[in-house]
Design a protein around this ligand. Structure first.
Ligand code: SF4
Length: 433
């Protein structure tokens, strides 16, 4: 079967959700109402994009850059805060219970600007008392003092982008930090009493082997972070890696599959339950913010290239910091900086629901599908399922149908096989694989 699917792996894309990244992964009342297009004052996630980096990694296609003019930090911070004020009333009917400050490298901002943003979000959106508040950190760009200030300003979760614990692999990725700097960063965060830490790792790095991947995972799990994300390196158009793609010594697809499968098993043995294609957590430490994306709940994104799903509409802002700042400085609505906007209804909503639910280890709940869409999933899409169930790519657990590890690795192929051409066309381009 694997042979049959070999070469059919449509870009396995854990970052399906653009620039972006709970304790309960079943869809709630609010999420259901969002799926049906009626807002009822449900929960809300806030995403803030910080598009600054110290240097540009060779594989990265996120909207981020190395600023030449330091006055941009202050201007950008002011623009972000004004933009959030603009949404204050619209969001006042919601309950913001998660914030994610990502990038880019949020800690590339001067500390005073980052703290202004952290406090600004809390002030403007009246977060719930136990809101999950995450800041992404590049190792070697944040100290104990930074973490202390962040925690005192309300941050309770840190996501550290290690990618690999192997020096050669870090060099191949053109990361600016070492494993030792990561270890220091991790200890500093712990010393500052950050009790929820996530670490990002990658597989499919040039010259990476299964052994070196497992070694990295072993190294990280010994530190006992609460959460681990494991992404597949993707070669994205427009990046230096893309230009070099024919020369890069990348692991072949079968090796990547073995890496993924063994990594999932290793992480489970170490107490990290896989709850999504690329995400693993200790009990109770699932990322509430990212689950909003996969559970079709509402979130507002601020900053150039940030995406939102709000009031039944998906929209995004221009991937240009100057256009974004000028737009906020000179107009009293954000229409001028909107890059895309699409109401999600009918087939598109159903298609997105299916694609997103199959990212989760719990899979698609058949009863919920019926209640939400008034149709039977098996009647609509069941024809090809017996094949995938029989071959071990899918599994039925009670009322849910889910992908297995093997199925997750080729999820894009399986979903494109199950969904019809019309379904795929109806799905917002941002959410297609
Ligand atoms: S640090 Fe992150 S956002 Fe910045 S260039 Fe590297 S991968 Fe991209």
């Amino acid at each position: 079967m694997r042979e049959k699917l070999a070469g059919k792996r449509l870009a396995y894309n854990p970052d399906l959700w653009y620039d972006m990244q709970c304790n309960n992964i079943s869809i709630g009342e609010e999420a259901l109402s969002v799926m049906t297009g009626q807002s009822t004052g449900g929960k809300l996630g806030i995403y803030i994009h910080i598009p600054f980096c110290y240097s540009k990694c060779a594989y990265c296609d996120f909207y981020s850059f190395v600023p030449k003019d330091p006055t941009i930090y202050e201007r950008y911070t002011n623009a972000l805060l004004s933009h959030m004020e603009y949404y204050k009333n619209a969001a006042s009917q919601r309950t913001p219970d998660s914030v994610y400050i990502g990038g880019g490298t949020p800690t590339a901002l001067p500390p005073e600007q980052l703290l202004r943003i952290i406090r600004g979000v809390r002030r403007i959106f009246h977060l719930t008392k136990n809101a999950e508040y995450t800041v992404e950190v590049n190792p070697a760009t944040a100290s104990y003092k930074d973490f202390l200030h962040m925690r005192r300003a309300g941050v309770n979760r840190i996501s550290i982008g290690l990618q690999s614990a192997n020096a050669e692999e870090l060099k191949a990725l053109s990361r600016i930090h070492t494993r030792e700097e990561f270890a220091q960063c991790f200890q500093d965060a712990r010393r500052a009493k950050i009790e929820n830490i996530s670490v990002d790792l990658m597989f499919g790095i040039p010259r990476q082997t299964q052994e070196s991947l497992l070694w990295s995972i072993d190294y990280v799990t010994k530190l006992r972070p609460e959460h681990i994300s494991l992404y597949n390196l993707k070669i994205e158009p427009g990046t230096p890696f893309y230009r070099l793609r024919h020369q890069l010594p990348l692991p072949d697809e079968d090796t990547e599959f073995d890496m993924y499968r063994s990594a999932c098993a290793f992480l489970e043995r170490r107490g990290y339950r896989q709850y999504e294609i690329s995400n693993f957590a200790q009990p109770g430490k699932l990322c509430r913010h990212n689950l909003k994306y996969w559970n079709c709940e509402e979130y507002l994104g601020f900053g150039p290239s940030a995406h939102s799903y709000f009031n039944g509409t998906r929209f995004s802002f221009v991937p240009s910091i100057l256009a974004y700042i000028r737009g906020i400085e000179h107009i009293d609505s954000d229409i001028g900086i909107t890059a895309s906007s699409e109401e999600i209804k009918g087939k598109a909503r159903m298609g997105e629901y299916i694609m997103l639910k199959f990212r989760l280890s719990d899979g698609l709940p058949l009863g919920e599908f019926r209640r939400t869409f008034g149709s039977d999933f098996l009647e609509l899409y069941g024809a090809k399922l017996p094949f995938y169930l029989k071959k071990g790519y899918m599994v039925r657990r009670g009322d849910n149908i889910a992908l297995t590890h093997a199925g997750m690795f080729v999820s894009n192929y399986i979903l494109s096989d199950i969904l019809t051409f019309a379904d795929l066309n109806a799905i917002s381009p941002a959410n297609q694989f």
